[in-house]
Write a protein that binds this ligand. Sequence first.
Ligand code: G1P
Length: 293
Amino acid sequence: MKPIRKAVFPVAGLGTRFLPATKAMPKEMLTVVDRPVIQHVVDEAREAGIEHFIFVTGRNKAVIEDHFDKQVELEATLERRGKDAELAELEDSLPGPGQTSFTRQQAPLGLGHAVWCARELVGNEPFALLLPDMVMQDEPGCLKQMLDTYAGLDEPANVIAVEQVPEDQTFRYGIVGVGEEVGRAFRITGMVEKPAPGTAPSNLIISGRYILQPEIFSLLAEHQTGAGGEIQLTDAMLRLAENQSFYGYHFRGKSFDCGNKIGFLSANVSFALARPDIAPEFRVALKELLEAE
Ligand code: G1P
């Protein structure tokens, strides 16, 4: 099995649900506690052993590229002031030189189109895809768990993380059909993007983490449109499934859809409660707020 060395992060979305916060700032730079959403997702990929980070960006997203670069003046100032912990934090958060690539989607034609824009940078090897809207919280992280599952398969296949949602939420997501169990995964028997209420094959959603074989790119190149008039990744995966196996990995940690306000706020609370340096004080503040309701 070829190792998974590269990860793709589609970060071209407009973030209209967070206006006016996202008027001049990319939604991926909103912070969960003190790390931008995109940093949490890159951290998950680094923990899983990813060596190259490919960002598919758009207009007004240049600050993401700056975020994943050294800030020489800032670092010099921190050093002068003896702020060693902050300095170490900055260094630990940064992929090394030459480990990031940025390309632009140019037009908002859908997730499938964004992934296709990474084709030259990925090349002919399997890769991970992480949608930054979904922030996962577990140890080890979701992608590491998926890669362990992938390594145990006896064929080069595709693996998608799935999670359970209430029946009435399925219309918001891609949904998979569930087949036989294979080790810690199950065979995916079908996929549908944003099914009409009451028509979903299960209540397991495609939760924004994928391991894909490079053959997906030639299918995405056809630019067929699907749900919402967009080029949908799910549709291309469904066609790839005619020739290659797709497995679902049921992720059981916490996950937060930071593409909407409730998910984003919940992520902040949950990550703050998991931080030993601020949790004790934050727990008291949160309790007081809830009791004063
Ligand atoms: C995308 C995918 C969908 C998946 C979702 C997870 O949809 O197309 O299959 O369930 O991400 O967040 P979007 O959120 O871009 O509408």
